[in-house]
Design a protein around this ligand. Structure first.
Ligand SMILES: [Ca+2]
Ligand SMILES: [Ca+2]
Length: 339
């Protein structure tokens, strides 16, 4: 008898809302690991902040993303269920059926009354992916940053964007990990400035498009706005120089890199080479390249193996149009993790 009061209260709450309120992580739950949310077909209620406008990823109806402290999820609904405009940064309580579409977990409201505006906390900071990290199930639905402008760590476009089904697809390299990027035409993003070799600092939502069980591939980054594709063009001075910009010493096993800038007269061609203490050339960061650039070294040799701790000598070599050779060096240190 003494437990009946809380049970009654719980029953009233569930009765009023019509569905149980859960965290987004709980709504997405896949304890048996089959790539299908365990609550498929259930009506649940979540509370989350929109990371884009309600209609950004859909020509008709709603397709957008919300996230809370635990996870993110796609919200998908017909026009008839729309409560009106939904803006990035707004927090909503949303009731809907848990679905999955080509591996993407969705919550699908059936009517405008399934939406309740809560408040305006603003768009949350993107989750920063580290060097060599890709989009995975654990970050599906979350706003992500790929490439880190504060650390001068960019991603490199692998191929020119290809037109496909109402948008464009291309791939970027985050260190040694390939990440698929899907630019939906409804975003209005132009990809005309993107081609193989373009360096980017990116933001976007973690998405998935995988038509076959077990729905464990096909992860994509979904940029929302033109500003989510920030092209990195370092400005390089003309004097012959090699400068350590960031990351010295650095711990490669933690995904850290050292960034070095080099430059010199426009008639020069440049090579940047890393030597170990024995004087062996272990990594070639640039070879016979024009003008100046920024190079990133991840502490691996030319075959991608991590090198041992200790100091390394970075040699910049410039050869001018008359064949005259200039050199300068910097010492960088490969360190162990702090703990
Ligand atoms: Ca499951
Ligand atoms: Ca998924």
């Amino acid at each position: 008898m003494k437990n009946s009061f809380p049970v009654l209260i719980l029953a009233i709450f569930i009765g009023l809302s019509g569905a149980q309120t859960v965290t987004i992580q709980e709504a997405r739950e896949d304890l048996n690991g089959d790539g299908i949310p365990d609550h498929l077909g259930e009506i649940l209620t979540i509370e989350g902040t929109a990371t884009c406008e309600g209609t950004l990823f859909s020509e008709t109806g709603l397709s957008f993303y919300v996230q809370d402290e635990t996870a993110g999820i796609n919200v998908y609904a017909y026009d008839s269920a729309s409560p009106g405009p939904i803006l990035a940064g707004e927090r909503w309580r949303i009731t809907g059926e848990i679905k999955q579409y080509n591996g993407l977990v969705e919550i699908s409201p059936a009517s405008p009354s399934d939406f309740t505006y809560l408040d305006f906390p603003g768009v949350p900071d993107p989750l920063q992916l580290g060097l060599n990290q890709g989009v995975t199930e654990g970050v599906e639905g979350l706003l992500l940053a790929l490439g880190n402008s504060a650390q001068g760590q960019w991603v490199t476009v692998a191929n020119s964007p290809e037109s496909a089904g109402g948008g464009y697809n291309f791939t970027v390299w985050n260190g040694q990990t390939a990440v698929a990027v899907r630019v939906n035409s409804t975003t209005g993003i132009s990809v005309s400035g993107i081609s193989a070799g373009t360096r980017l600092f990116m933001k976007g939502i973690g998405g998935q498009y995988d038509s076959e069980p077990p729905y464990d591939s096909g992860y994509q980054l979904l940029p929302r706005y033109q500003s989510d594709l920030q092209v990195y063009q370092p400005s390089i001075s003309d004097g012959f120089h090699l400068t350590v910009l960031t990351g010295n010493p650095f711990a490669p096993v933690l995904g850290e890199t050292v960034n070095l800038e080099y430059g010199g007269p426009s008639d020069m061609s440049f090579s940047v080479t890393v030597f170990d203490r024995a004087g062996k050339d272990v990594a070639h960061l640039a070879e016979s390249r024009p003008a100046g650039d920024v190079v990133q070294w991840d502490g691996t040799d030319d075959s991608g193996e991590f090198l041992s701790m200790g100091p390394y000598l970075v040699l910049l070599e410039g050869v001018d149009s008359e064949g005259k050779r200039y050199t300068t060096t910097e010492t960088v240190v490969v360190a162990a993790p702090l703990n």
